[in-house]
Ligand binder design. Structure first.
Ligand code: GSH
Length: 217
């Protein structure tokens, strides 16, 4: 088996990969690269991922980036049925979810979390929020709609998609976000299922995230 090292930061999208690894039965270790302390921009980390983003997974000597690719790799190498194998449509459904989370949901938080990536002029941030907040609300409601009548993203069985959903649930419950989003009962129930899995809290706690600070920015 290859040696796996995940580079992860508390409350970042890398948390999905951490939880998926913990559920996978694969041997792995983690290195904490705290974004809030600027550790993702150190020379040491830029040697791992020159783009300076988290997550990255070192697989022996190779480095894989992008949460969706890492989750897909974990699902395919785990023996714990974390990604459908021989059913093309079921696999495509998993990627449909993960691509939606990466390309649409993650990005919908930008006007609130990282406006500087979208526009240089700070005086325009309120304008950005005017458009960005309703878009975020609608995008999160779409996640909730897709979770209707299902325990897990893919239906009855847990998969690598589920911890990815949890990351964005946690973001949606931040004090600076919650006033802007609607009630999302299906997603809330999904998050509760996630929090009931011991692997979830094991990973969050190792990264320093607890029930008391989970909603910190
Ligand atoms: N498309 C990438 C996005 C990675 C990404 O932007 N990660 C954030 C953490 S959630 C990050 O590294 N932020 C640091 C920064 O933007 O400076 C993926 O899905 O893995």
């Amino acid at each position: 088996m290859p040696k796996l090292t995940l580079f992860t930061s508390p409350r970042a999208c890398s948390g999905a990969c951490h939880i998926a690894l913990e559920e996978s039965g694969l041997d792995y270790d983690i290195e904490l690269v705290k974004i809030r302390e600027g550790r993702h921009l150190t020379e040491e980390y830029l040697r791992i991922n020159p783009w300076g983003k988290i997550p990255a997974l070192r697989i022996d000597g190779e480095v894989l980036t992008e949460a969706q690719a890492i989750l897909s790799y974990i699902g395919d190498t785990s023996a714990n049925n974390l990604l459908p194998r021989n059913d093309a449509l079921a696999r495509a459904r998993a990627h449909e979810w993960m691509n939606f989370l990466t390309a649409t949901v993650h990005i919908a938080f930008r006007p609130l979390f990282k406006p500087q990536y979208l526009i240089g002029d700070e005086s325009l941030y309120p304008k950005l929020r005017e458009v960005g907040i309703p878009n975020l609300k609608n995008t999160l409601l779409e996640v909730d709609r897709r979770l209707e009548n299902r325990d897990w993203a893919l239906g009855d069985s847990y998969s690598v998609v589920d911890p990815y959903l949890l990351v964005f649930w946690i973001w949606s419950q931040r004090d600076d976000v919650v006033p802007h989003v609607a009630d999302m009962p299906n997603w809330r129930a999904h998050a509760e299922r996630m929090f009931n899995r011991p692997a979830t809290w094991r990973c969050l706690n190792i990264e320093g995230v607890t029930k008391d600070n989970i909603s910190d920015p």
